[in-house]
Design a protein. Sequence first.
Lengths: 189, 189
Amino acid sequence: MRTRRERERAERKRLIVTAARRVAEAEGWNAVTTRRLSAEAECSQPVLYSHFKGKEAVAAAVAVQGFAELATVLRAARRGTHDDRDALAAVREAYTRFARRRPALCDAMFTLTVDLPFAAADAPAALQAAFGELRQAVAPMAADGDDIGLLTETCWAVLHGLASLTRNGRLLEKAHDRRLTLLVSHFAA
Amino acid sequence: MRTRRERERAERKRLIVTAARRVAEAEGWNAVTTRRLSAEAECSQPVLYSHFKGKEAVAAAVAVQGFAELATVLRAARRGTHDDRDALAAVREAYTRFARRRPALCDAMFTLTVDLPFAAADAPAALQAAFGELRQAVAPMAADGDDIGLLTETCWAVLHGLASLTRNGRLLEKAHDRRLTLLVSHFAA
DNA sequence: TCCTGTCGCTAGCACCGCTAGCAATCAAGT
DNA sequence: ACTTGATTGCTAGCGGTGCTAGCGACAGGA
């Protein structure tokens, strides 16, 4: 009996997170309100607040889901190739596709939540997994003496910069690949 | 008399924008409310709404101010050097410093407002000016046949990616320069 | 002097994030 | 078996939000 209650509670918590993700992807994060989420999860607001500290905590949970999904996407892309250079290119493309297909998820991961520990050791596992996938794709390209972590961060920043400016309408989408090509060919001189 | 009224109205509009910027820089955009802005500008809310379509429009006005300021900062950096390569490096550093010193302004420019036309011909002059400054620093580095606009966009995306991840706590600030160095030395292979 | 139109104000709507305080339900003790 | 204690979810409400309707004051023309 006790365990059933706990199971039902956990299930409702899951419902809240998936509802947040669904509403955000369908109507944007402005449409995500605690009232709306409680309604979608068929419970009252205080129940939501018993699971999460606040609205931001729900968004953080969605963000963690997003990192988990990004990790699996990147892993699949890397494993679909054999050459190191192809692997990095595939990971680049997978990142771009992810950002294009899941803009609301990216908002949660990179814009909304500030409370997630990132560069720390207690960062969520999904987050470390996503970063690890990128690192594995970047590492073979490192030269001797390079700090691979730093190189991975840099690569991440580049992909994020292009994707985020495109996602917010600052850059036109169609030339994305040409920009990446320019980047690869141009930043040594 | 008629002109005095118009002058006073324009002055109050300016007051609202500067209040928004001041509050955002001091306490973050969450503290920027229409009531707060009307209070700071010593008028009522409907007056604010007679000047701006809504809260987002005020943020957009602040963002345009931000682009104007960024343009002057980049211009000063570029003009302080003579060699083309030094100029690009100076512009890079100026961009980073701007992002670090004016985080709230960057939020308005890159995160909050989506209604500003960017890649279009009717983009605000300040915005085109900032982009033009970056273009002038990037252009000398272009190879034959390069699309300079595209190259500028790419450079902008890189700077933005690094700055935005750092600003939101995703990257640790201290290694920023080393990341830029890695970037410049590594992305051709 | 009266009228007309412009202007800014007060007051209020619907909604937000969040919480206090109560009713219902279950586990355990006598 | 009945009470007791705690746990759980609910209704109702607080202060605050973006935004607007509708009214009163004031300038300019007849």
